[in-house]
Design a binder for this molecule. Sequence first.
Ligand code: PEP
Ligand code: MN
Length: 337
Amino acid sequence: MIIVLRPETSEEQVRRVIERIEELGLKPHVSRGESRVIIGAIGAHASSFAYHFEGLDCVERVTPISKPYKLASREFKHNNTVVTVNGRAIGGKQLAIVAGPCSVESLEMVVETAMVVKEAGAHFLRGGAFKPRTCPYSFQGLGEQGLKYLKEASRRTGLPIVTEVMDVNEIDLVSEYADVLQIGARNMQNFRLLEQVGKLNKPILLKRGISATIEELLMAAEYILAQGNPNVILCERGIRTFEALTRNTLDINCIPAVRMLSHLPILVDPSHSTGVAELVPSVSRAAIAAGADGLIIEVHIHPEEALCDGAQSLTPNTFLQLMQDIRRIAAAVDRQL
Ligand code: PEP
Ligand code: MN
């Protein structure tokens, strides 16, 4: 439930409300607005405790949150969340473009790719050092060495790093290098991993699982938020359908649906949702037109030589062209690039 306090409430009264919430076995999440303090009291059957607060002098109103995800819901927080990474906002008027190779293959390739995507206008560098591969014999990523190469590419270009963490045991290591930790589609419901990244103060890019519903995506985000990390960015990356021509099917509905149900920012990954480089530019334009807060796109300097996901990777030139096209769509939907 949400407990909205009156504007004149003292700090002492706020403290007492928080204590009461804790005594009832609920978890308080305090958000301080311009004029009032709003406290979310989260826990099983929280709204059955509403009567403990309704009569208090300092309480303006108590409202239940109808959705099973609480902190992720727009009922809990009306205004869009803007996640800031090294001074760059994700979820505001400006679009956020994350670009780079699927996986880090060498220092030279990641530095060169970082330079070209930066030159084309990207704001973040992506690249996997720990790769979740379907086949155990496929290239699994360079591990810590890959993180070091990413760091060097970031140092040379100033682009913050978005990279995947696959395992609870690797969180500390990946956090040393990453600016944003990515939770991949295959781990969207790895609840222990979600809880652990929820304890960090780094932003988390949470990708939708291939068979996850929108509600399950929001519930996964809730696991992170519930641990105290408010910096969650969602990502629609395509779901599995009967269509076999493309690798996945971009669920364009997900963008306005998430916008309606949640305050969290949402990016679209047109690379994994199509699996086909030729389709990436059109799908990117559609995503921005539908209201996505940005894109995460795979770019490789030589896609035909890529160790992972070459077929869906854009060349530097196609990426540059895509950025120019996106700029025009952004203007049409009152966003900036
Ligand atoms: C990736 O971004 O490289 C990746 C593995 O994505 P997903 O988890 O969406 O498949
Ligand atoms: Mn990939």
